[in-house]
Design a protein. Structure first.
Length: 131
């Protein structure tokens, strides 16, 4: 007999609480990194947009926990033309909550996802991340 796999209900972490976890992860950065991160917009979004998933070749919104977009830290100079969008990190609340089983896992996953996306800002590829 084949049973359909039921999706586990997401943990209850409000948007405000989740945003606080993202701020906590940013506040925990070493001072030098925190200073550089002032040039990066970090946003909490509920789900990754479908067009982003399609562009990355991902089938499920659960396959993307965060996304970095924009110029890297080494690409920014004083002489950059005005009017371009700043570097941006999106942290996706829904996929992280569906992935985690406990509140401690949520804290850890938010921190790891924030650090991972910051790594992209500094030019690291997925296989070069420090964990």
């Amino acid at each position: 007999m084949h049973r359909a796999r039921r999706r586990r209900p997401a943990l209850t972490v409000t948007t405000e609480e989740f945003s606080g976890l993202v701020r906590q992860a940013l506040d925990g950065l070493p001072r030098d990194y925190a200073r550089i991160m002032k040039n990066v917009a970090v946003m909490v979004e509920e789900e990754p947009p479908r067009d982003v998933l399609d562009e990355l070749g991902l089938e499920s919104e659960d396959d993307l926990l965060g996304l970095y977009s924009g110029p890297g830290a080494d690409d920014e100079t004083f002489f950059d033309p005005g009017g371009q969008l700043p570097a941006r990190i999106a942290i996706y609340r829904g996929p992280i909550l569906r992935l985690c089983h406990t509140a401690d896992e949520v804290v850890r996953e938010v921190r790891d996802t924030v650090v991972h996306e910051i790594g992209h800002y500094f030019g690291l590829d997925d296989d070069e991340m420090p964990y």
